[in-house]
Design a protein around this ligand. Sequence first.
Ligand code: ADP
Length: 531
Amino acid sequence: MGSLKKIALILLLIFLLPAIFFSAYEISSLSQDEEVINQIYQNQLDAILYSANQYSDDVLNGWISKIQLGLEESKGTDTIPGKINQLLMLNPALTMIFIGDTLSQEESSIIFSLEDSLTGPGIAQELSGLLKEENRKINQLIVYQRSGFQKVEPLSFRIPRIKDFIILVFILEDHFKEKYVCGLVIEPNLFIEELLGPRLQVIAKDQFVLSAYKKDNDNPIYLTSTNNSISFNSVALTKDFWLLPDYYLGISTMGNSIQDLVNERTSTNLVLILVLDAVLILGVWLVFANVKREVQLAQNKSDFVSNVSHEIRTPLALIGMFAETLELGRVKSEKKKQEYYSIIHKETNRLTGIVNRILNFSRMEANKKILKIEPVDLDDTIREVLSTYEFHLQNKGFTYELRTNLESKVYADQQALVEVIVNLMDNAIKYSPTKKHIEIMTGRQNNYGFLVVKDHGVGISKHDQKHVFDKFYRVSSGDLAKSKGTGLGLSLVKEIMENHQGKIDLKSEPGKGSSFYLYFPISNVKERAYA
Ligand code: ADP
């Protein structure tokens, strides 16, 4: 089986190894691709949220420059300057603006608001208290301002009566280089809905849903899509609002998110790779199984040629030798002559037997053997075969036992039936070197009449039992190989049984013997010719 191993190795190297390497590479690169795509996607989402934050900064800077102008206007007056009034009127989210003295850290001097309830008594005091609490933050803002950077900071402390409002502070400087702490009191929900909302809608278009949340609440306070029929995925990324410390922004995708698509693609690719591998393995296995069968057949055929040559050579040599002796007139006694004639006759019969078997096989192979199937008495046939075979059996030192229990006829071709029985008897004799006893039984099972030929010979191993009916197959181990044969007998028996729509069965144990069961149909089988 050296050549089979070579073929297996070649198949493995040419097909399976590349497939395994390719699959491993594809699977590892799939997860890498997924990571890269995911990263790009996250960056994109990040950039969208960044632009929303950037926009609120821009809004705020617009307000700051208006307040700067208003501050110039308001010098020495108690009324709300036009610019600031306009700012408050146009932006309901901006509920109050206050301006305090940074140096004295006294009460905030100017408070602008359209709502009297907010500007009522005591508010100035509360605001300046707050600024004192946040003293360090204010001083830090002044340092920033000096170096030319106007930073806006939310205050962490709150005034109880406007506790839901957010206070943003920054430093302003007037013409005289005098610095003021300036504060914006903002209602965050309104800021998000009215100012940021339209901008978020523009950013989101139809591809995303942008949302805003308060940190302690999972329900969004704002969504760019109010259409309930549109389903969108869970929030893919969140970012803090730069200006509103208690709030964050979220982004989700409409329909299938890129992540979903990537996941879906990855699993489809994975399944495809696995299916492909499975098909490849199956293909390689099929090719290998076929090659194995062909190699086995070729091996059997070559064994067959040498077996047949060997089988033919011995009788031919004997015939040649005795014929020559007779021809030369060297044999004088009549008794000796008779003995030589009978040897020539016996060997000729043996040769005829071999040739007939080969011819029968090749006819059966070419589907040319015509079977004449008709009701046949199996019991009678077996008795007839045994009566002509008895002498041969005794000669070989065999005893036999016949038990016939089948009362009905079977459908069979008489000639083929005899051939099958002879084949089995021949084998029983050939493969019973020590315990020379053969049992033959007939009987009925369901719609079949059966015949068993049982010997107590060498038996057949489980592995060989699978192959003994193969063409040219011979058990090649031990003493068996020495016994003569062509490996055609049992394959012929099997073929004949199939053509009878019958069955063949084998029970055997190495060292104990074998039983061959032949089943012929009893029920009505149409007479047919195999042509
Ligand atoms: P062969 O010409 O070799 O006998 P067969 O096709 O009749 O060819 O049998 C195939 C093989 O099956 C034989 O080589 C033999 O090893 C095994 N075999 C057949 N009949 C018997 C039996 N009765 N007992 C043991 N082995 C058997």
